[in-house]
Structures are given as C-alpha cells and as structure tokens.
Design a protein around this ligand. Structure first.
Ligand code: ADP
Ligand code: MG
Length: 224
C-alpha cells in the first residue's frame, strides 16, 4: 500500500527581482509502506523543497500530495497531521540543548500536554535501546557525539509511531562509518516499523542502501 503519493508537483520561488525560478516541475512519486527511498541530486536541485512538500511544511504551486490516501491540501489540521503521521530528521539534528536526551525524544509527545504518558516514556526508552543508546537518556546534547545525536533525532522522529520518516541529509555531518550505520538503521526502521522512509543524501554509498533511489536534477530556467 502507498502511504505517500505525490502527483505532478510544481514549485517555483521568486528570486526577489521579479523573476521566478522553477525548482520542481511535474514531480510524481509514490512511497510504499515499509519502503526506504533515497533522494539524490546536486545542491539546489530541490531535494529539501520536495521533502518539505511531502511533510506538509510547504505548499506546492500545483499538484497534489496524499498521505495515507488523504489529500493534504484539504486537511484542516496540518500540524496535527504532521505530529501523528510524520517524523522529521534534519542534518543538524536540532536537539534542544537544555533538555536531556530522553526529554528531547519525548518532545513531540508533549505537543499541548504538560507531561508525556508513562507508556510514551517507556516507548521512548525502548527506542533508545533499539538504536543502541540506552545509556544516554539522562545525558545532554552537548556531551554526546554526532552519531549519537543522529540516533536521538531518529528516536524523536519515531516516538509518535509515524507512518513516514522524512530525513534531510541525516548523515551529512557524520563520518563515513557513522553515516553508513545511520542509513542501515533507517533501513531497519522501515522494515521493523513498516514506516516509509525518505532520505535525502549526497552520498552514493549511503543512497545505495535504500530500496530505491530517485534523482532530482537542476532545471534550466530561462534566465540561467
Ligand atoms: P537542495 O536541497 O537540493 O539543495 P533546495 O530545495 O534547498 O535544494 O533549493 C532548491 C532551489 O530553490 C535553490 O536554488 C534555492 O536557492 C531555491 N530556494 C529554496 N528555498 C527558497 C526560498 N524560500 N525562497 C527562494 N528560493 C528558494
Ligand atoms: Mg537541501
């Protein structure tokens, strides 16, 4: 079953001088349950734009995005949809320095609530164990390594049991071995949780670990 469908997505940005630059033109793709997809392409080819559209953080100029068969352009509660169905992982991990590792993982569960439920805390601990960092729960982001921070970010993305993980260059700041390990972990996650995973990467070696790859290229705009 497809959990994410993009249908003829187009997106342009104004260049601030009255011209617009087309970044995505008629991009269509699907992501199946449990599928691990790598998105590659040169810098500026629109990978982040595409991921933000998939995550309902950015509206396309035209085309449709369906998550679990729901056309998200008709969704009245996009923050709620994101919180329930999508987990985000960023290149710089975006952990909050004033919170412990466990509190960082629990952050999405706090949306609107003062405290996470005991079940959620248990689940967060389970995720730390699953990703191999069970001993780090009480540590703070400043005292963990980049590879560990990437794992924390992945746990935080998983804590709401999302249907889809969107990861924008999650291995971009990691050394070679750590990068491959995080990509392998994403693959395991897609299998074990039946989560669809979309990972943007520059590395061919990292992309090769995915089930499928799609490549974006820079469009030639008239003014180029
Ligand atoms: P990638 O992630 O592949 O490097 P992006 O999606 O970040 O590509 O950007 C694609 C193109 O769109 C780039 O030329 C970038 O400068 C431009 N762009 C991205 N975001 C904006 C924005 N908010 N306003 C104007 N131009 C943008
Ligand atoms: Mg990018």
């Amino acid at each position: 079953m497809d959990i994410l469908v993009l249908d003829k997505i187009c997106k342009s940005y104004g260049d601030g001088e009255g011209q617009s630059r087309t970044v995505l033109q008629d991009v269509s793709l699907t992501l199946a349950e449990g599928e691990f997809l790598a998105v590659t392409g040169p810098s500026g080819s629109g990978k982040t734009t595409l991921l933000r559209i998939m995550g309902s953080l950015l509206e396309p100029d035209s085309g449709k995005c369906f998550i679990d068969s729901e056309d998200i352009s008709g969704c009245r509660d996009l923050p709620g949809l994101r919180n329930r169905k999508i987990g985000f992982v960023f290149q710089d991990h975006r952990l909050l320095p004033q919170l412990s590792v466990l509190q960082n993982v629990l952050l999405p569960a706090l949306a609107g609530n003062k405290e996470a439920s005991e079940d959620t805390v248990q689940y967060a601990r389970h995720l730390l164990e699953y990703t191999g960092i069970s001993e780090l729960g009480q540590r703070y982001p400043e005292s963990i390594s980049g590879g560990e921070a990437a794992r924390v970010a992945l746990c935080r993305a998983l804590v709401m049991k999302p249907r889809i993980i969107l990861a924008d260059e999650p291995t971009g700041q990691l050394d070679h071995d750590n990068a491959l390990n995080i990509a392998r972990l994403l693959k395991t996650v897609s299998r074990d949780f039946r989560t669809g995973v979309v990972m943007v990467t520059h590395s061919e070696e990292v992309a090769a670990l995915a089930d499928r790859q799609v490549s974006l290229y820079r469009l030639n705009n008239k003014q180029d």
